[in-house]
Design a protein around this ligand. Structure first.
Ligand code: HAM
Length: 432
C-alpha cells in the first residue's frame, strides 16, 4: 500500500531545499533572517503548532476566511477542548507573551519565529495547506518610529540581503477601531447601492466582512471598488499623524513605497499601519511578506494594554525567488574514494574518516564495483576529487588526486597517505 502526503502539504526534498554549497536556498534565507533580526534586537521564540481554537477565533476574527473556513480543527482525546493547527504565528506568540508575563521583565519585546502553518485553502502555485512562515512581533511601542524601523529592516532583508527583485512595498493605514467602524458603515452604504454590479463573493463579504471586498480581484468589480470611499478619509487626527510620520521616516531612509488606499488585510486584529511586500514573477500569489500594527490584540487576549506591530514572510514563495548566488558551488563531497578489493576498503574507510575529521567532506560507495563505475558515481555526486586505492597504492602508501571538475587536470602528483589530508586542504584553498 502506497500512502502519499496530504494534498497541499509538501515534502521539501534536498534538491528543493537547494543543491548548493555551503548552504541551500532555505538555509540561506533562514540565515539572512537570523543575522538581520539580530541587528535589530529580535530574539527567537518557538511556540506550539497546536493551540486552542478559541485563541485564533478571538484574535484573527470569527468572520475571517481563515477562522471560518480554513482551520484544521479537532477535539483532543477527551473531547473537552477544541484545538487547531496554527494558521499563522501572531496569535500563539501573543498568547505566550501574555502567559509568561513577559512585559514585567522587558517593557519592549522583540521576538521572531519560524515554522509550518496550516490553512485549508485552494491549492495553487505559491499557495499550500502546509506552508512556512518566518515572522516577527515587536510589542510595547506605539510610536511611528517602530513601524518605520520594522519596514526598514524588512526592506534591507528582502532587497539587499536576499536580492528579491522586482519588489514593491505597499502601505496603508486602517486607522483605529472607531475609524474603522465609521469607515465600514460608510463602505457598506456605498456597496449596498452597487450590489448588482458586484460578484457573489463581494455580496457575501458585504454582509460578513465588507473591508475584504476591497481586496477583490474580479475585473467586473473593479469600477465599483475604484470609486468606493477610501479609509484614509475616515482616519482620526492621531491616526493620520501617525501614518504621516511613518511615511516621513521611511522617506528619510529612501525606502521606496506606494500608498495603497485599498490595501486591507485578511485578519481582524490590525489597526493603523498595514503593509505588504509584493514580488514579481510569482503569478497570483505574489505577496511574500505582510503585516501591520495590532494595538488592541495583547489586551484582548488578557494581557496588558500594549501596542504591537509585526509581519510574516512566506518562506516557500521567497525561496522560489532567491537568485542563485554565483559564489556558491554545487553540492557534493569534496573527495570520493574508489576502492579495489577488501583490503583497500579498510584503508579508504580510515582515510575517509580522517578527511571528515579535518573538515573535508568525503564519501565512498561501499557496494564497490569496477573502478569505472565507482568513478561514474563520483562524477554524478559532483565530487571535486577522486582518489583510487588499490594494491599498488597500499604497497607504496601513495595515492594520486584526480581532479574531477576542471577540464584539464594538472599533472597528477602522487601524495603519501600521511600528507593526503593536508594536500587536499591546500588544493581546496588555492583554487576553490
Ligand atoms: P498573512 O498575510 O496571512 O499574515 O500571511 C503572511 C504571509 O504568509 C503571506 O504574505 C504569504 O507570503 C504567506 N502565506 C499565507 N498563506 C499562505 C499559503 N496558503 N501558502 C503559502 N504561503 C502563504 C499573517 O499570517 C500575520 N500573522 C502576519 C503578521 C504578523 N501580522 C502581524 N504580525
Amino acid at each position: 500500500m502506497k500512502i502519499s502526503a496530504v494534498k497541499g502539504m509538501n515534502d521539501i526534498l534536498p534538491e528543493q531545499i537547494g543543491t548548493q554549497r555551503p548552504i541551500s536556498a532555505w538555509q540561506r534565507l533562514e540565515n539572512a533572517c537570523r543575522v538581520r533580526f539580530d541587528l535589530y534586537g529580535y530574539r527567537e521564540v518557538r511556540t506550539p503548532v497546536v493551540e486552542e481554537t478559541r485563541l485564533f477565533a478571538r484574535s484573527i476574527g470569527e468572520s475571517t476566511d481563515i477562522v471560518g473556513k480554513e482551520m484544521y480543527t479537532f477535539s483532543d482525546r477527551k473531547g473537552k477542548k477544541l484545538l487547531s493547527l496554527r494558521p499563522e504565528g501572531t496569535a500563539g506568540v501573543v498568547r505566550a507573551f501574555v502567559q509568561h508575563s513577559v512585559h514585567t521583565r522587558d517593557p519592549i519585546t522583540k521576538w521572531w519565529y519560524g515554522g509550518p502553518m496550516y490553512r485549508y485553502e485552494r491549492v495553487q502555485a505559491g499557495r499550500y495547506r502546509q506552508f512556512h512562515q518566518i515572522g516577527a512581533e515587536a510589542i510595547g511601542v506605539a510610536e511611528p518610529a517602530m513601524d518605520a524601523e520594522l519596514l526598514v529592516m524588512l526592506d534591507r532583508l528582502l532587497r539587499d540581503d536576499l536580492r528579491i527583485s522586482p519588489l514593491k512595498l505597499l502601505v496603508n493605514s486602517l486607522g483605529d477601531r472607531a475609524d474603522r467602524t465609521a469607515y465600514v458603515d460608510l463602505l457598506k452604504s456605498y456597496l449596498k447601492k452597487h450590489l448588482d454590479s458586484l460578484c457573489e463573493d463581494c455580496r457575501r463579504r458585504y454582509e460578513q466582512n465588507p473591508l475584504r471586498a476591497l481586496d477583490c480581484k474580479v475585473p467586473d468589480c473593479q469600477p465599483v471598488l475604484d470609486e468606493a470611499p477610501q479609509i484614509g478619509e475616515s482616519l482620526s487626527e492621531p491616526a493620520r499623524r501617525h501614518f504621516e510620520k511613518v511615511l516621513a521616516l521611511l522617506g528619510e531612509m529612501d525606502i521606496e513605497l506606494e500608498v495603497r488606499p485599498r490595501l486591507v488585510r485578511g485578519l481582524d486584529y490590525y489597526n493603523r499601519t498595514c503593509f505588504e511586500f509584493v514580488a514579481g514573477g510569482l503569478g497570483a500569489h505574489d505577496t511574500v511578506c505582510a503585516g501591520g500594527r495590532y494595538d488592541d490584540l495583547v489586551g484582548s487576549l488578557g494581557g496588558p494594554r500594549l501596542p504591537a506591530i509585526g509581519f510574516a514572510m512566506g518562506v516557500e514563495r521567497l525561496v522560489m525567488l532567491l537568485p542563485e548566488d554565483p559564489n556558491l558551488e554545487p553540492e557534493g563531497p569534496r573527495v570520493f574514494f574508489v576502492y579495489v578489493g577488501e583490503e583497500s576498503l579498510e584503508t579508504c574507510f580510515r582515510l575517509m574518516e580522517e578527511m571528515r575529521e579535518s573538515g573535508v567532506s568525503a564519501e565512498m560507495d561501499f557496494r564497490g564495483g569496477s573502478v569505472k563505475s565507482q568513478m561514474r558515481r563520483a562524477d554524478k555526486k559532483g565530487a571535486r576529487f577522486a582518489i583510487v586505492i588499490g594494491e599498488t597504492e597500499i604497497a607504496t602508501r601513495r595515492v594520486s588526486l584526480k581532479e574531477l571538475w576542471r577540464e584539464k587536470a594538472r599533472d597528477e602528483e602522487t601524495i603519501s597517505f600521511d600528507l593526503l589530508v593536508d594536500s587536499v586542504k591546500k588544493r581546496l584553498l588555492m583554487n576553490g
